[in-house]
Write a protein that binds this ligand. Structure first.
Ligand code: ADP
Length: 407
């Protein structure tokens, strides 16, 4: 008798035993029996042709029937299932057939079971990859939604805050005007200065919030004009002079190749970038420290390098600080100041700086050996700005041709 005939011989017992083993509840027994019959038919086809791919359709349908919780658990139920079919087949062969025939039949069936294990693992892995990538997709969509609602909130909050702030500014200047003939005492003058300083700070935070929402929604518009990097820093040197003196800091503006050459950029926005980075350098450098502005000319770019002898930034935080609200450390410990040592802000300055630099087609990044308030390893910010010796867009080109050739 051939192996196929022996296989045929064990079929009735095999079907009954396997069905009973696999389906303890009678309700699902018929379904399991149908599946097992199909599987057995395919085993016979395999023995006849030697082609394992006869098993593919049923193995595939078993893998696809895996439930969400099977995939979540990460454990395979199918491998033990096929294993139990194989062991029951082996037991039945030994019971019904003589030992040699049983061995021969199991030997002939082994490639089919080996193939079943391999194929199921492959299908299961693919199903898991599919499941994980769907999950990642869902997480990505949730994060995008969250980021959008954060941006929307910032835009709405900024516009809502602007109106009452304008009222405070207006009334405080009216108060000053109304009392202009009065000789203020020191205390009264301090009180009025306090209101005006507070509202200025609030306006700058609101402006930052509006800039963030423009950057996040790709609405930032640049107004290209000729600029000279050294002149922008000269403006900032004057602006920061009082605080540099108070904090006994040394600010060195090192002339570097290209710093005195004309390029096209948005002067107000680039001033904002350099101001944000410089004010951070001032904030995070202890009194008596050094801040240096240097740079170099690269093909097609100017690299501005702003380094300080401050507290430095831990490697893990060096990417985070460019995110929205990317301030690090305990926010409760921050004082709220633009220039005081370790004075905290809302964590928008570097996010805005990156948005402006990237809108120019450049990049900004930081290097620092780490964070240490005792040894002060310092931080170095690199700002790469593309050099445009000609107007970079049609609108600017038209404007400058008109200015250069007045009629
Ligand atoms: P903030 O409004 O807090 O200054 P920024 O976006 O300008 O927000 O900076 C984010 C965070 O990056 C800061 O809170 C600070 O922790 C860190 N940081 C930025 N510049 C420096 C620097 N030069 N030295 C050390 N830490 C810095």
């Amino acid at each position: 008798m051939s192996e196929i005939e022996f296989l045929h011989q064990i079929r009735p017992i095999w079907l009954n035993r396997i069905t009973l083993n696999l389906a303890k509840a009678s309700g699902i027994r018929q379904n399991v029996r149908d599946q097992m019959e199909d599987f057995f038919d395919r085993l016979e086809q395999f023995l006849e042709t030697g082609d394992t791919s006869w098993l593919d359709p049923i193995l595939k349908s078993w893998s696809e029937a895996q439930t969400q919780s099977d995939l979540e658990s990460g454990q395979s139920d199918l491998i033990p299932f096929v294993e139990s079919i194989m062991l029951t087949t082996h037991d039945i062969c030994r019971e019904i057939l003589d030992p040699t025939t049983a061995n021969d039949l199991m030997g002939a069936l082994l490639p089919a079971f080996g193939y079943a294990f391999q194929t199921i693992s492959r299908f299961e892995t693919l199903a898991k990859i599919d499941y994980i990538s769907n999950q990642l997709d869902e997480v990505r969509q949730t994060l995008e939604k969250l980021d959008r609602s954060k941006s929307d909130f910032i835009a709405v909050a900024a516009h809502e805050l602007k109106t009452p702030l304008t009222l405070i500014e207006g009334y405080s200047s009216m108060l000053r005007d109304a009392l202009s003939n009065k000789q203020f005492t020191q205390e009264e003058s301090d009180l009025l200065d306090g209101i005006s300083m507070g509202s200025k700070r609030l306006r700058s935070i609101i402006d930052d919030m509006i800039d963030v929402s423009m950057i996040d929604n790709n609405l930032l518009q640049l107004s290209f004009q000729p600029i000279w990097v050294n002149r922008l820093f000269a403006v900032l040197e004057t602006e920061f002079q009082p605080i540099i003196q108070t904090r006994q800091l040394t600010l060195t503006l090192q002339p570097f190749p290209g710093s005195n050459e004309m390029t096209f950029g948005d002067p107000e926005r680039l001033l904002q970038v350099f101001r944000n980075v410089l004010s951070n350098a001032i904030k995070f450098t202890p009194d008596g420290g050094r801040i240096m502005v240097n740079g170099r000319k690269l093909p097609g770019f100017l690299e501005v390098i702003i380094s300080d002898s401050g507290i430095g930034i831990a490697p893990d935080d060096q990417m985070i600080i460019f995110d929205k609200f990317g301030r690090i450390g305990n926010s409760a410990l921050h004082s709220s100041s633009k220039t005081k040592f370790k004075g905290g802000g809302p964590g928008l300055g570097l996010h805005i700086a990156r948005g402006i630099v990237q809108s120019h087609g450049g990049e900004i990044w930081v290097e620092s050996p780490g964070y240490d308030e005792v040894t002060c390893p310092g931080s170095t910010f690199h700002i790469l700005i593309p050099v445009h010796t000609h107007p970079p867009d049609d609108k600017t080109a038209k404007l400058f041709t008109a200015l250069q050739n007045p009629t």
